[in-house]
Design a protein around this ligand. Sequence first.
Ligand code: VGL
Ligand code: ZN
Length: 198
Amino acid sequence: MTRALIVIDVQNDFCPGGALAVAEGDTIVPGINELMSEFDTVILTQDWHPAGHSSFASSHDGKDPMQMIDMPYGPQVLWPDHCIQGSHGALFHPDLTTDRADLIIRKGFNPAIDSYSAFFENDHSTPTGLEGYLRTRGIENLTMVGLATDFCVNFSAVDAAQLGFIVTVLTDLCRGIDLDGSLLAALDGMRDAGVTIT
Ligand code: VGL
Ligand code: ZN
């Protein structure tokens, strides 16, 4: 069975010193680089927002980062400005091996909708195209690593499992944000969706 490694959002803004830093986010980079040699196909995802994106607290009067807001597609956490297209923060961590990537999929570019998942925007219906890419290449088995465990890794893994892919998340090579218990909830949700967690 054809397998792919999907490396989620290992970008400067999610690493220490970045705008939405995940604790120890940078420590997973060497392990991810080593793991790439075990896969024929490596895919990277890149959070890629236009300035003024609707998921930024700064785009909403009187709102602070980490507050919730109701969007037409459901509840949405408001984030600090991060991963702005073309910015240093949106670049991959400088030590991440990017040469092995067959595909770099960018997400979150729609100003009105956030996109945690590599498969669908947060309306859970607008596709990114990744499903078609994988299916047309005959890839059925996915291993996911990266940032953040409880947001983009979680949403990507659950969507992939629901689409019928065989999904494993290697938690040693992920780090989480953990907002109000979101890390444990994400691990439970991924298991419930049929994702193998190691
Ligand atoms: C992410 C929050 C906002 C992630 C992206 O990569 O997990 N989290 N944008
Ligand atoms: Zn984002």
